[in-house]
Design a protein around this ligand. Structure first.
Ligand SMILES: [Zn+2]
Length: 358
C-alpha cells in the first residue's frame, strides 16, 4: 500500500482517521457496449474527482486479481468456468442486461480482489476505513449466474475472505443501493454470521427484498429488508439508518461493517426514483461511522455498486470520503421519522421486532 497525497503538500495529521481507496485504470477495461449505463466513464469521473478535488491524504490500496479459490467462496465452479470462457472473446450475452467483452473476466477478478485487499487493509489495522472504487459491481450476482450488470459478487467474496481467512465471527453488510442485493442476500440468508441489511426502491428490479424475506433456518432474523416507495430523501434514509439499522447493529456487534454503496439513490439518477442529495451520502456515511465506532473500532469498508448520474455519483463519493477522512462536519440533516415514512414502515417494524429490539 502506498500513500498518495493529492493536492498541495499537506502533512498527515496523526489524529485524523486514515482512509484508503482502491483505484486502478484496469477497471475501465470492462465494457458492455457504448450505450450501456454501467460504463467505464463511471469510474473515470470518480477518479478525475479524486485527482482534481480531493485535497486531503488518502492511502492508495493496490488491487490484485482474486484467485479461483476465492471466487469459489461464493460462486459455483460452473459460473467461474463460464466467465473464464468469455476471456478474449468480443461480446458474450450472459443476461438481458449483462454482457462481457474480451477483458471482462480479468476485470471482474480484479474487482473481487480489490474488495478483498481493501477489507484486509481495514481488518489488519493499516487504516480505519476504505472505499473500493471498482467495477463491475457485484450485489446482483448469484452463486451460479451473472445478472444486473454484476459478474462476481465482490462484497460477498470479501465477506467470506474475512470470515474464513481473517477469523472474523460476525459481519454486517449494509446495502443502500437503489436495487435489492439479491445475490448477497441469497449468499448468506441461511447463516447468522453475516447480517444483511438492505434499503431499496420497491417494487423495482430485481423484485426481491420484501419485509417478509428475513432469513431462513439458522439465519432467521439476520436478513433485514427495508423496501421503500420512491421519493425518499436524505432525512428518510437517515431516519431508517438511525432508528432501524443502528439498534440492530449495536445488538449484533459486528467485527466490521461492509457497505454496498450504490449512488443510484441520488436525486438525479436516471434509473431511480429516490431523492438523496450529495450531502445525504455524507450523512449516511456518518451514521455508519458512528455505528462502527461503537461496535468494531470504526472498521468500515465501502464497495461501489451502482450509480448512473456521473456528476451525482462523483459528488456522493466525495462526500463519503470527506466524512471518512474527518474532513467535513456532520451534515445538518435531521434523523426523525416523518409521519408519512412512519406509516410506510409500520408493517416492517412489526416484522423486525419479531427478532430485534427496535
Ligand atoms: Zn443499483
Amino acid at each position: 500500500m502506498e500513500t498518495v497525497l493529492p493536492g498541495k503538500n499537506r502533512m498527515t495529521d496523526p489524529h485524523r482517521p486514515r482512509t484508503g481507496v482502491v483505484t486502478d485504470g484496469r477497471y475501465l477495461d470492462h465494457t458492455m457496449g457504448g450505450f450501456h449505463v454501467e460504463s467505464p466513464e463511471r469510474l473515470e469521473a470518480i477518479y478525475a474527482m479524486i485527482e482534481q478535488e480531493i485535497t486531503f491524504p488518502l492511502d492508495h490500496i493496490t488491487p490484485r486479481p482474486a484467485s479461483r479459490e476465492e471466487i469459489l467462496f461464493v460462486h459455483t465452479e460452473e459460473h467461474f468456468t463460464i466467465l473464464q470462457q468469455t476471456a478474449g472473446r468480443e461480446y458474450i450475452m450472459l443476461d438481458p442486461d449483462t454482457s462481457t467483452c474480451a477483458k471482462s473476466f480479468d476485470t471482474a477478478l480484479l474487482a473481487a480482489g480489490g474488495a478483498i485487499e481493501a477489507a484486509d487493509a481495514v481488518m489488519l489495522g493499516d487504516i480505519e476505513s476504505a472505499f473500493a472504487l471498482i467495477r463491475p459491481p457485484g450485489h446482483h450476482s448469484e452463486a451460479a449466474r451473472a445478472m444486473g450488470f454484476c459478474l462476481f459478487n465482490n462484497i460477498a467474496v470479501a465477506a467470506e475472505h474475512l470470515l474464513r481467512v481473517r477469523g472474523c465471527r460476525k459481519i454486517l453488510i449494509v446495502d443502500w443501493d437503489l436495487h435489492h442485493g439479491n445475490g448477497t442476500q441469497h449468499s448468506f440468508e441461511h447463516r447468522p454470521d453475516v447480517l444483511y441489511f438492505s434499503t431499496h426502491q420497491f417494487p423495482h428490479y430485481p423484485g426481491t427484498g420484501r419485509w417478509s424475506e428475513k432469513g431462513q433456518g439458522e439465519g432467521k432474523g439476520f436478513t433485514l429488508n427495508v423496501p421503500l416507495s420512491p421519493g425518499k430523501d436524505d432525512r428518510d434514509y437517515r431516519a431508517v439508518f438511525r432508528h432501524i439499522l443502528r439498534p440492530v447493529c449495536l445488538a449484533y456487534e459486528p467485527d466490521i461493517i461492509l457497505v454496498s454503496a450504490g449512488f443510484d439513490i441520488h436525486v438525479n439518477d436516471p434509473l431511480g426514483g429516490m431523492r438523496v442529495t450529495d450531502a445525504g451520502f455524507g450523512a449516511l456515511a456518518r451514521e455508519l461511522m458512528d455505528m462502527a465506532e461503537q461496535t468494531c473500532g470504526g472498521k468500515l469498508l465501502f464497495v461501489l455498486e451502482g450509480g448512473y448520474n456521473l456528476i451525482g455519483q462523483s459528488r456522493g463519493v466525495r462526500h463519503v470520503l470527506q466524512q471518512l477522512a474527518g474532513e467535513a462536519m456532520n451534515p445538518d440533516i435531521p434523523a426523525d421519522i416523518s409521519p408519512l415514512l412512519e406509516q410506510e414502515l409500520q408493517p416492517g417494524f412489526r416484522t423486525i421486532r419479531e427478532n430485534w429490539d427496535i
